[in-house]
Design a protein around this ligand. Sequence first.
Ligand SMILES: Nc1nc2c(ncn2[C@@H]2O[C@H](COP(=O)(O)OP(=O)(O)OP(=O)(O)O)[C@@H](O)[C@H]2O)c(=O)[nH]1
Ligand SMILES: [Mg+2]
Ligand SMILES: [Zn+2]
Length: 243
Amino acid sequence: MIEKVLPRRNYLERSDAYKQKGIAANVDQVLVLAAVEPRASEEFITRVLLIAHAAGVPALIALNKTDIPGTDGARTRLRMFSSAGYEIIEVKAKPRDGTLPSAQEALLARLSGKSTVLVGQSGMGKSSLINALVPDAAAVIGELSAALKAGKHTTTFSRLYRIDGNSTIIDCPGMQEVGIHHLSHRDLEAGFHEFAPYLGGCRFANCRHLHEPDCPIRTHAQSGQINSERLALFQKLVTETGT
Ligand SMILES: Nc1nc2c(ncn2[C@@H]2O[C@H](COP(=O)(O)OP(=O)(O)OP(=O)(O)O)[C@@H](O)[C@H]2O)c(=O)[nH]1
Ligand SMILES: [Mg+2]
Ligand SMILES: [Zn+2]
């Protein structure tokens, strides 16, 4: 039953050339869930960070399944995000050996008093994390496909759960694509907020930081002040979206 429609203070959306898809509105933050296995895609995470930035919503990252081998490799792959200033919280929502979930305290502290939307690829353990945070949630958890080494899109609709009196979290279906068609070149640039000190220093006012000469974004990536993997993803997205 719809009781009341509140004014919209923000709106998180993704889009392709044909349509926009709303993810959530009026949230305080986005929690992007990555996992050791299935291997989280850095491009996926980057795209979520971009749509969050464009919606004016802060984002943080959690790495799940830190009980399984390969955790070190996953940590290394996520370093590009911590070097850009994003907080990464390690969790074990549903350890394989049946031990209790861990690192909930650090995460709960970040979720306290806020409304959070939890997004990630299928199989990262979003619903498992909901169950660990909200004892009576009973969110349905899926198996992984052995053949595809991927999630099976178990969650099919978004649902808001109450963690306590003033904290909520929304479980979403796993996303395959995070389209950023609604973002301009400026939105992309702004989403890579570590570029900010160097913007304006490019020789060309309309520099896209791809191959142009005298581009401080590129020279700072060469000298290490900007993470070069971040710049490579920025360039890939700029080229793909034609912005
Ligand atoms: N080893 C390990 N496995 C986990 C952990 N958390 C979740 N899993 C497993 O990951 C698989 C997928 O979990 P779900 O919670 O259904 O993943 P989801 O992100 O909600 O997936 P969708 O609803 O399809 O988007 C299940 O087999 C879980 O048991 C963890 O901390 N460690
Ligand atoms: Mg789920
Ligand atoms: Zn430039």
